[in-house]
Write a protein that binds this ligand. Sequence first.
Ligand code: SAM
Length: 235
Amino acid sequence: MGIALIVGTIWKLSQNLYISIALVELPMELINSHVEGYLAEIIPDRDDVLTEMEALAEKRDFPIIGPLVGRLIYMLTKSTGARRIFEMGSGFGYSAYWFGKAIGKDGTVICTDSRSENKELAQSFFKRGRINARIDFHVGDALELIQSVEGDFDIIFIDIDKRNYPQALKKALPRLKKGGLLIADNVLWSGRIFDKKPDADTAGILTFNRMLYTTKDLFTSIIPLRDGVSISLKG
Ligand SMILES: C[S@@+](CC[C@H](N)C(=O)[O-])C[C@H]1O[C@@H](n2cnc3c(N)ncnc32)[C@H](O)[C@@H]1O
């Protein structure tokens, strides 16, 4: 009788533990780690400046698009012949560096970030990469800055706080040229898009992704590369 009680209690405890573990929302592996490792290994080395920026991002645990997405935005810039780019959320300039290298001497990349120390750091990298003349870095709220700068853009890149993505889309759309590209990073948000109780950032991403596919003027593809990249063509 005593043994039956002990076995029963252990069984109940193990069931409860199993249920608790199953309820914990674990971060999701978006890309199979073997595929990710293969892609990271096969791409060519970056120049000294990008390599240093990648090391700095790793050291500070600062989120940058990384080289796989960097190569994608470089290719999109070159292949569309983009001349004017607006970046919402530039950090210390890693993604802007890829845009700046691709855009050529006559192009302009307008960078925005809410932190002035990011501007200073970014400018030192742009100078070393000899692209500083093509880049105009504004400190402030990207949602306001996109309304205060003049002209339309061939590419608008969104990488600010995720809860503000829907607002960013609303403000970016009128400033994007017909035939232009709206690109956004983190649209799969480490799998948090599946959370049962999405926080404000996750809710921002979920609304944004729906808007990308339901906005009449946009034709969108989401690429499950790194943390998810959306590319939308304005028709
Ligand atoms: C993910 S990081 C950008 C990384 C950068 N795009 C890269 O890949 O190198 C996001 C940046 O957006 C900035 N940020 C967040 N919300 C912003 C806003 N509303 N306006 C301007 N900058 C913002 C933060 O200060 C941070 O540096």
